[in-house]
Design a protein around this ligand. Sequence first.
Ligand code: NAP
Ligand code: MG
Length: 399
Amino acid sequence: MSKIQMMTPIVEMDGDEMTHILWGMIKEKLIRPFVDLKTIYYDLGLRHRDETDDQVTIDAANAIKQYKVGVKCATITPNAARVEEYDLKQMWKSPNGTIRAALDGTVFRAPILVKGIEPSVKCWKAPITLARHAYGDVYRNAEMEIPGPGKVELVYTSAAGNEQRILVHDFTDAGIVQGMHNRMSSIESFARNCFSYALDVGQDLWFATKDTISKTYDQTFKLTFQRIFDEEYAEQFKEAGIEYFYTLIDDAVARVMKGEGGFIWACKNYDGDVMSDMVSSAFGSLAMMTSVLVSPHGYYEYEAAHGTVQKHYYKYLKGEKTSTNSVATIFAWTGALARIGTINNNPELVAFAKKLEEKTLAVIESGRMTGDLARMTTVENAQVLASEEFLDAVAEEMR
Ligand code: NAP
Ligand code: MG
């Protein structure tokens, strides 16, 4: 059988622990037998990040700008325990944060639906994709404890030295205060990312904030989305037969719980953080959640939404059997291959990616799955497969 050719490579970012083990097996068992795989390889494993003073992460992000498409394995974000475990030079920043900042992207997360793993919200029939703004607000705030009576004001001093101030609160006793910000350029690129993505996947886009209460801050988000939609996207949405609408976040939550799914829900940073965990767990499992970073310049980075599955890795190191779910990592690869296939007008590669997704889900639907899914499936007598056995079963289906 001749292998499917790739015209240009994708950027491959290897990672840590159990997902690093799955990474190698996915390539060997599911991709290389069928595709003449071309990648520009970066090892973002924690040891190598430490050796290169994290330069490798920056290099990988730059490579995505050159090659347009990247696929990333889960990586350790170091904390104090990891600094000790890996004897690190310093507590390196989250690679995802570094890459996100370099590509100026928005993160879209969507659950993978499969028969036998039913959403706990009964009316959900199609995936709900969450688009989370990944800059500013409470994640870049300034906060202060107020020890006792006194005035708190917001002061803006312009570059020319002019001052604007407003009263936050005239305290009569102790309290707390917080200041946050966002940038117009970031809000605008968030809006464009959401509109382009909606056109790309042909789904309606919802956007929700609390503009009735936050009459300047959230209102600016709302007005910016509407302006960019009217000026740049309204025509294209009409042609594609999809809709954009804004609603208050309270109303959005109520509609989401009563809806059928099949749309994109754009949220500000904090709302997106919280709502994506709610949506993903209600759809079943973090191990069935895909994540793609889309930049307004047309760069795409695919990954699984879960972490490195540390506990399973320690079992693996002791030679014990693991049953780690590789589905979201497989879908990161298929997402990236389908994307580069589309960019290069390579229908064979796009079809391969689709086939691999279908076969992966077919194995689960046949009742063979990893332990995390077996615990919640409605399929009777589900058979629990070990990490490698699951990949072998998919490979068998592919052959
Ligand atoms: P995690 O790796 O997502 O795993 C947490 C637990 O969720 C696991 O112990 C396991 O539960 C279950 N789980 C997650 N993915 C699974 C899968 N594919 N198959 C089966 N079960 C799965 O989160 P963590 O343990 O909090 O974090 C570990 C490391 O990952 C951390 O160093 C963190 O920095 C990193 N992380 C990276 C990313 C990323 O690169 N995108 C994202 C999040 C976290 P059971 O033990 O009950 O089986
Ligand atoms: Mg969160």
